[in-house]
Write a protein that binds this ligand. Sequence first.
Ligand code: NAD
Ligand code: UD1
Length: 338
Amino acid sequence: MKVFVTGGAGYIGSHTLVALLAAGHEVCVFDNYSNSSPVSLARVRQLTNRDMEMVEGDICDIDGLTKTLTAFAPDAVVHFAGLKAVGESNDIPLRYYQTNVTGTMNLLAAMDAAECRRIVFSSSATVYGEAQYLPFDEAHPIGPTNPYGRTKAMAEGVIGDWASATPGASAVLLRYFNPVGAHESGRIGEDPQDIPNNLMPFVAQVAVGRRDRLSIFGDDYDTRDGTGERDYIHVVDLAAAHLAAIEYAAHTTGCEAINVGTGQGITVKELVAAYERACGHPIAFEIAPRRPGDVASSYAATAKARELLDWRAALDVDAMCASSWRWQSENPHGFDGD
Ligand code: NAD
Ligand code: UD1
């Protein structure tokens, strides 16, 4: 298939490109490199020994987007491009709505112009908000608690309405839980530009000596050891879920939201212990106050992904930490080293 990938130079996009190219798909990447580097694409080409089209462009520029997408004439679109920092979304909400909602509307309009009817969208478990029950299944009420989450919920709604109104259209909304880890080669991985907001990249930077110690945000939650519990999903498993979603979209119509997680909760302390096993030395940490807005536990119901996509996570927390450590220790400053 010909697959148009917005935001393909980013963390999840680059890993998905490896899977797409290895499966023989023809790819065009569209990215403005606002949170990534073309070096990741060069490494994807080295890893796969395959070529792809790479276009520098912004999904907010509807004319440039439409021109590129129409010229490529894809069979399917995978839409990663977007802004993703929860804290920042409180400070500059309009940029989040512009990029994540208007950008998605531009993409759908460009797809209409190119008569492309299939889309796989990067959504997030954050659309569920406060858990009314666990595990989160896809029927759990939607109630995001921050602007970032609201842009994802709105984009889901726009895509759903587009799919209903467009004969033959098929959309898969993949609700990722907590993507972590890296490609086993250590050549591509997560490369946060500032101080990492998320646990795993922070732990990785402590392990490699870029930061002194981890602050664990709260050890008095109602969990096994008092620290927050999340459903970490290996980015290579997540990439495989995109491949399965594209195949699914190719023979179905309508719009489905599907969780992508392992179904298992891992606490902060368990993740730190797994990382210590991977890197072979202790990770310094201190207990800090709870982070506002955090919940005790979040993990996925995984039955729908198994039923519709025939996909399930294969890689465990040790594989997640080992791959993260390989990437971090071999590229201590991310893609900046090149
Ligand atoms: P990322 O920032 O590494 O990748 C996003 C890519 O989109 C980057 O390459 C960036 O340069 C590009 N981009 C941003 N704005 C753009 C624009 N206006 N035009 C063109 N390109 C643009 O992030 P990621 O972690 O790979 O996330 C990919 C998607 O998955 C995002 O939509 C994110 O919201 C979603 N998601 C991520 C997580 C996570 O924890 N990483 C969790 C749930 C959902
Ligand atoms: C965060 C986002 C969520 C997004 C998800 C994707 C917030 C409030 N939520 O979720 O919208 O979909 O990332 O990956 O930002 N922790 C520490 N110390 C740290 C960092 C984190 O103890 O330095 C703890 C947190 O309290 C939490 C766990 O680690 O218990 C995971 O945190 P994080 O990686 O930020 O992910 P989420 O909070 O699940």
